[in-house]
Write a protein that binds this ligand. Structure first.
Ligand code: PLP
Ligand code: ZN
Length: 558
């Protein structure tokens, strides 16, 4: 619990005690204020940690709630920080982490915002509220308002998937579907609230909404610190990069404030670089930043299938994010919708993280920043995995993602699950799989690399994979199995990759089998020449993505 809570006007610096409904500054009329807490925030934070408070309450010394017992909670916060081992291995960046906000009560990081904002509404004695949303804010607020007994009216645009609207309605929210852009629907919501004297939660103008976003960063800093097992390890550690996909920008603004607070309280030794990722069809912050504008130029007609990120008018959030990046470093970049969908599939298949496209865009951004050399291999990168895909499943997978048992030997065909035959058909279908598909031998002594290669190949197609961990056993395996393709590591115990290649080329029966070399080591020019005549392709570990390899495999197999 803070000693006091002030609202400090961002335009004139005027300080006043924080009152939820008082948005405008009495001195200058400005609508943006920042929370400021009692001087003993550091002690408070550490004390609340020692008291073993859980969830957001642990950070109560830096949150705008006067009585922690007013907290409306569904168990939000304390989401895991997940190392991205496979993606990191593919890209040669071992220190990539996802902050897994999908594991929030309504499956997005908006639950933190809803928890704190609805708690503050309850503390202020409100019984009705209005929000506008690209989907997830409405779902989260609807759930928390249900618990707090607050009647919620949510303004949504028609681009919000029907599944999300239904979810929101299920919690008892009143939904108004405005057939306009998201930015226009915000204006309608504001008018609606004003005419009825209702509280309208407007993101960055709402102190609890902004402050809630800090809790992601506080947790990340605790979790990175916990990776250091020494007894004198610090309590909080900041990453080198913090990355989020951006719509309105509330999350990154809150994250920036949290990093600054931890640093100012002497709890961390650095402020990380901040990366914000938008989609090409709605990237006002990215294009304004590239042009050095101090006020963002809006995108009036967002063109993207990633509806979560369709905020065309960034307003004040842009200035705050630009300020942070100008001072502490970072990047604002855009990726295509397709890059986002591609990253969604990659993270699901490589790491077991099924996220909505709006979240995957951040990962596509990281891949791009790594490839451009902006993010360095030794840097610690935390990516906010902002939301789960399940509310939008039909949207992201298309209609044809399963295969019918009956048509399993003609892989291109798809069909309906309802048409699955009785069990007696299944063994027959299963037995057909093995004889039909192509087989690949992986010769690799490093278990992690072998697992990753197997994972990449099996996630995308019905290859039969054979594996050996040294050259001698590998040659024997190739003689027995006669695979359609060999993926070969160069450095192996016993017979190395060069030895295997020589043996294959000397053998009449094996000479025609194509080989892809995957190696961790840099090659001399003689070695490169030698491989050029013997191998179909040479790939360097840590420098390619899963689908690059798949394209190559398909090309060589053809
Ligand atoms: C809201 C949201 C975003 C964008 O966050 P902002 O901080 O509002 O820019 C990204 N991903 C998901 C899943 C979201 O719900
Ligand atoms: Zn003011």
């Amino acid at each position: 619990m803070p000693e006091y809570i002030n609202a400090v006007c961002q335009d004139c610096g005027h300080r006043r005690p924080f009152v939820l409904q008082e948005i405008t500054c009495p001195r200058c009329g400005g609508e943006f204020a920042e929370a400021e807490y009692g001087l003993d925030a550091r002690e408070g934070l550490l004390a609340e940690w020692r008291n073993r408070d859980i969830g957001l309450r642990r950070f109560g010394a830096l949150l705008p709630l006067r009585d922690p017992d007013h907290m409306v909670t569904l168990g939000e916060g304390d989401t895991p920080l997940i190392p991205l081992n496979h993606l990191g291995q593919l890209l040669g960046h071992p220190r990539l982490f996802a902050k897994d906000e999908r594991q929030s009560p309504t499956a997005s990081f908006k639950d933190r915002q809803a928890a704190l904002a609805v708690s503050a509404m309850k503390e202020a004695g409100l019984t009705e509220a209005v929000v506008s949303s690209t989907g997830n804010v409405a779902i989260a607020y609807a759930a928390y308002c249900a618990r707090a007994g607050i009647r919620l009216t949510a303004f949504l645009t028609p681009t919000v998937p029907a599944e999300k609207m239904r979810e929101c309605a299920l919690y008892g929210a009143h939904i108004i579907k405005a057939t306009t852009t998201y930015d226009a629907s915000k204006k309608l919501a504001a008018r609606f609230a004003e005419e009825r004297g209702l509280y309208y939660d407007r993101g960055l103008r709402s102190i609890p909404s902004l402050e809630s976003m800090k809790t992601i960063v506080f947790e990340v800093a605790e979790q990175l610190a916990a990776l250091d097992r020494r007894s004198d390890a610090p309590r909080y550690v900041a990453p080198d990069w913090y990355v989020q996909s951006i719509s309105g920008g509330l999350g990154p603004v809150g994250a920036g404030k949290a990093f600054r607070e931890l640093f100012d309280l002497g709890l961390t030794d650095r402020l990380p670089k901040l990366a914000g990722v938008q989609v090409d069809g709605c990237a006002p912050m990215v294009t304004s930043f590239a042009r050095g504008l101090s006020v963002a130029e809006p995108v009036h007609e967002p063109r993207t299938r990633v509806s979560t990120l369709a905020t065309g008018e960034p307003g004040r959030a842009y200035q705050r994010i630009k300020n942070y990046i100008d001072t502490h470093g970072g990047s604002l970049i855009a990726v295509s919708d397709e890059d986002g969908f591609r990253a969604m599939h990659q993270l699901a298949k490589l790491e077991g993280l099924s996220m909505e496209p709006g979240a995957a865009v951040a990962f596509a951004g990281v891949i791009k920043l790594i490839r451009n050399g902006v993010i360095k291999p030794d840097e610690t990168v935390v990516i906010n995995c902002t939301g789960h895909t399940f509310p939008v499943e039909p949207e992201v997978l298309g209609q044809q993602w399963w295969r019918d048992w009956e048509t399993i030997d003609t892989p291109a065909q798809t069909g309906s699950l309802a048409a699955a035959p009785e069990t007696e058909g299944m063994p027959a279908a299963l037995s057909r799989i093995d004889v039909r598909v192509r087989s690949i031998a992986i010769l690799e002594d490093n278990a992690d690399s072998a697992r990753l290669l197997r994972r990449v190949l099996q996630a995308h197609s019905d290859y039969v994979i054979h594996e050996a961990t040294d050259g001698i056993a590998g040659l024997e395996l190739i003689r027995q199995r006669q695979p359609d393709l060999v993926i070969l590591d160069l450095m192996m115990p016993g017979l190395d990759g060069f030895g295997v290649l020589d043996a294959l080329r000397a053998d009449e029966a094996l000479r025609g089998i194509p080989v892809i070399v995957v190696t961790a080591r840099s090659l001399s020019s003689e070695e490169r020449q030698r491989l050029a005549s013997q191998a179909g392709a040479v790939w360097h570990k840590g420098e390619f993505l899963d689908d690059d390899l798949l394209v190559e495999v398909e090309r060589v197999l053809r």
